[in-house]
Write a protein that binds this ligand. Structure first.
Ligand SMILES: Cc1cc2nc3c(=O)[nH]c(=O)nc-3n(C[C@H](O)[C@H](O)[C@H](O)COP(=O)(O)OP(=O)(O)OC[C@H]3O[C@@H](n4cnc5c(N)ncnc54)[C@H](O)[C@@H]3O)c2cc1C
Ligand SMILES: *[C@@H]1O[C@H](CO)[C@@H](O)[C@H](O)[C@H]1NC(C)=O
Ligand SMILES: *[C@@H]1O[C@H](CO)[C@@H](O)[C@H](O)[C@H]1NC(C)=O
Ligand SMILES: *[C@@H]1O[C@H](CO)[C@@H](O)[C@H](O)[C@H]1NC(C)=O
Ligand SMILES: *[C@@H]1O[C@H](CO)[C@@H](O)[C@H](O)[C@H]1NC(C)=O
Ligand SMILES: *[C@@H]1O[C@H](CO)[C@@H](O)[C@H](O)[C@H]1NC(C)=O
Ligand SMILES: *[C@@H]1O[C@H](CO)[C@@H](O)[C@H](O)[C@H]1NC(C)=O
Ligand SMILES: *[C@@H]1O[C@H](CO)[C@@H](O)[C@H](O)[C@H]1NC(C)=O
Ligand SMILES: *[C@@H]1O[C@H](CO)[C@@H](O)[C@H](O)[C@H]1NC(C)=O
Ligand SMILES: *[C@@H]1O[C@H](CO)[C@@H](O)[C@H](O)[C@H]1NC(C)=O
Length: 612
């Protein structure tokens, strides 16, 4: 690759994205495709106004538009990622090449698709300030995410149901919504050419009639991961016979990704839900349109003020406003609109419509850290440079451009590693659901500057006890929210102690495959030995896994942390819901996009049915 620009690939990517918008070679339709867009600067009225054209926002809006008699507007601050971020957001294999994912404060900016959010100094992470990527584009973070797809444990959804007092949040009751949103394709063994990657899954977890989100096993496997599979099995994490989509997260599994298997490209909420619906008559998309304030008549939401490059206009909702601006911006927009902790709002002279102390609190974020080691097998980053790689992608939707990672494992730490964990921490951990793993392990590879292969084993706390917060420092939405991820700050110190034990598991796994490894551990290196040194390394190198949630938590009215009820309606006001990762009361273990899509399906059905 290097400086070589493949014009053919660029043109293909560009045309595919533009085609969505302006092509006129498709079958007949009932309106000009260009009228699928709202016009900035002009006031307009729709039945439903969805703020944020992200993962949840687009899926929910598209389902609402299935009632052909109502109109739905999507207000999105960004635009088209295929144009604005080139091939990086489209080709799974280029994910790691995108420079703006750097987590340091001085990360290279990509303002067209990322909000460029930087956290406060993290006290549990040696006061580092962390760049936390968040999608600012149609699809939101489903345009930036690492595409891993699986579901949480039955126990975690049971806990959700209990917290909100509504059995429709139990896993069996949610399963129809998980199944509805996605279309699953089993592995294509001819393309994968890796029979030793032991894919086990439960076909009944998916629905043949589901969709439009594409969920598939990638058409190529990084061979180094097959060795890490052996390593994880060797340390006592056997292949899970059902995979990770049936309510259990225990042992090791090859997991599917949100990749379209027939093109090898990312499947986002836009490329799936919106693309199939852009021709329906009643959906209107505003791009480069930032919601600045939710409008109310007394306590009834009536619409939203919007700004497009400084031009202001009002989009009115006859029926409902649905807020889907994501885990950081949904609470921010509530606060600047008068919903949140009274003292905070009064500090910025914002009139209080609903005093909800929970807005912005309860932020849960899974921290992740890694160890690295030289390995003697060609890694994906190297395979991308092979002359046939692009051909494989363009002809067969396969090869290293079509794939990203895919091997993960979960466990509650074994008793032997709990010896040094304090009683207070062990007691706190006992409150997690019995099937909720404490740690997730992930395998990936990268390449050293000299071209040699590097293997990475990472551990993430999958159910961290620490909580952070998001708040405002201005009544102006243009001033970024103030984010504290709260890593390693729980009172019992459980997260830090678990992290040290999990790090030891990473070393055990790496040591289990001597045929693969070359040389000493690269990072942190063998000199980091005792628990104190290990913890300092963890604090110094932890990065986000980008699974934050809980900042507009669903809960019962008498729970002071609760912001929305079980139908996602905001307490204290009418005609306003929050539907996105901020509304989940806690983040189920593992990768949450399946839960985001599920929640959008569930609440959309609730609205269409006219349930209270
Ligand atoms: C880098 C990264 C990697 C990830 N990897 C994975 C993974 O591999 N697997 C997985 O399951 N999950 C992953 N996730 C998490 C998952 O993608 C998110 O949890 C999910 O997409 C969140 O969806 P959402 O609808 O809550 O928010 P988003 O999808 O972020 O949508 C919010 C939208 O609102 C818009 N918006 C915000 N404020 C305004 C405003 N004022 N006006 C108008 N629009 C506004 C934003 O531009 C955005 O489009 C990852 C996330 C990131 C960022
Ligand atoms: C992706 O885009 C970059 C930057 O435009 C270019 O250098 C690279 O060749 C492209 N890669 C592919 C596979 O198209
Ligand atoms: C569909 O929308 C129309 C107009 O907004 C409304 O009157 C009707 O009740 C809706 N139907 C359903 C099933 O939601
Ligand atoms: C699995 O097969 C691939 C492709 O043939 C090979 O590169 C890899 O080394 C094998 N892994 C193991 C653990 O044998
Ligand atoms: C506000 O609501 C009241 C009561 O429903 C209604 O009479 C009034 O016209 C509304 N005001 C505006 C500006 O829409
Ligand atoms: C495409 O796949 C077929 C088999 O499915 C294989 O014969 C062919 O070599 C592949 N082509 C490329 C470019 O990988
Ligand atoms: C517990 O701590 C002691 C002292 O630091 C250390 O020697 C031992 O290896 C630790 N045990 C575990 C299981 O981590
Ligand atoms: C995982 O499976 C093992 C045995 O296969 C079992 O002992 C353990 O309790 C399970 N853990 C969870 C969290 O389900
Ligand atoms: C943290 O990591 C940086 C390199 O990224 C290093 O320079 C620094 O010494 C480390 N700090 C500690 C306390 O280990
Ligand atoms: C809240 O209400 C539920 C039932 O509605 C009850 O079980 C619970 O104890 C109440 N909690 C508090 C803190 O009052």
């Amino acid at each position: 690759m290097g400086m070589f620009i493949d014009l053919k690939a660029l043109v293909v990517v560009f045309l595919l994205s533009i085609q969505t918008v302006v092509s006129d070679i498709d079958p007949p339709r009932t309106r000009l495709r260009s009228t699928a867009f709202g016009i900035p600067g002009q006031d307009a009225v729709y039945d439903y106004v969805v703020i944020g054209g992200g993962t949840a926002g687009i899926s929910l809006a598209v389902r609402l538009a299935q009632n052909a008699s109502s109109t739905v507007a999507i207000i999105e601050a960004g635009a088209f990622y295929e144009v604005d971020n080139g091939n990086y957001s489209v080709l799974p294999g280029l994910y790691a090449a995108s420079p703006f994912y750097a987590t340091t404060e001085d990360f290279p900016r990509q303002p067209l698709v990322d909000w460029s959010l930087v956290t406060t100094a993290q006290t549990g992470a040696l006061n580092r300030k962390i760049h936390y990527a968040q999608g600012k584009t149609l699809s939101g973070s489903s345009a930036l995410n690492a595409m891993a797809y699986h579901r949480g444990t039955a126990g975690s959804y049971a806990q959700w149901a209990k917290m909100v007092g509504d059995d429709s949040y139990s896993f069996p009751s949610l399963l129809p919504y998980f199944r509805k949103s996605c279309r699953f394709s089993p592995p294509d063994d001819a393309k994968r050419q890796t029979p030793n990657a032991t894919v086990e899954f439960d076909p009944s977890a998916f629905d043949a009639a589901g969709g439009p989100l594409e969920v598939s096993y990638s058409n190529w496997v990084d061979p180094a991961l097959t060795w890490f599979e052996r390593a994880l099995v060797a340390i006592g994490l056997p292949i899970n016979a059902k995979g990770f989509n049936s309510g259990s997260l225990n042992g090791t599994s090859w997991i599917p990704s949100t990749i379209n298997p027939s093109t090898g490209k990312r499947s986002s909420s836009k490329s799936s839900f919106l693309q199939q619906s852009i021709e329906v008559d009643n959906i209107f998309v505003y791009t480069q349109a930032q919601a600045t304030k939710i409008l109310f008549n007394s306590t009834t939401a009536t619409g939203v003020d919007v700004s497009t490059r400084g031009v202001s206009y009002t989009v009115t909702a006859r029926k409902e406003v649905i807020l889907s601006a994501g885990v950081f911006h949904s609470p921010q927009l509530l606060m600047v609109s008068g919903i949140g902790p009274r003292s905070k709002l009064e500090e910025y002279s914002i009139p209080v419509l609903s005093d909800l102390p929970g807005v912005g609190q309860n932020l849960q974020d899974q921290p992740i850290f890694s160890l690295s080691q030289g390995i003697n097998i060609p890694v994906q980053a190297k395979s991308l440079q092979a002359p046939e790689a692009l051909d494989q992608f363009l002809r067969n939707a396969s090869g290293p451009f079509s794939s990203l990672n895919g091997l993960i494992a979960f466990e509650k730490l074994p008793p032997r590693l709990r010896d040094n964990i304090s009683h207070a921490a062990l007691n706190a951990l006992r409150r997690l659901p019995i099937d909720e793993p404490e740690v997730e392990y992930l395998a990936s590879t990268t390449v050293a500057p000299d071209g040699s292969g590097i293997g990475l084993l990472s551990a993430a706390l999958s159910a961290p006890l620490s909580r952070g917060s998001v708040t405002i420092s201005s009544c102006d939405i243009a001033v970024p929210p103030v984010i504290d991820l709260g890593w390693y700050t729980d009172v019992a110190g459980a997260d830090a102690q678990l992290a040290v034990a999990a790090f030891k598991r990473l070393r055990e796994a790496m040591a289990a495959i001597p045929e693969l490894t070359i040389g000493p551990e690269l990072s942190p290196g063998p000199s980091v030995e005792d628990d104190g040194e290990i913890l300092t390394y963890i604090r110094n190198t932890t990065i986000p896994l980008y699974h934050a949630g809980g900042t507009c938590a669903m809960g019962r009215r008498n729970d002071t942390r609760a912001v929305v009820n079980a139908q996602a309606r905001v307490y204290g006001v009418e005609n306003l819901r929050v539907v996105d990762m901020s509304a989940v009361p806690f983040v189920p273990s593992g990768h949450p996009q399946s839960t985001t899509y599920m929640l959008a399906e569930k609440i959309a059905e609730n609205i269409l049915r006219g349930s209270p």
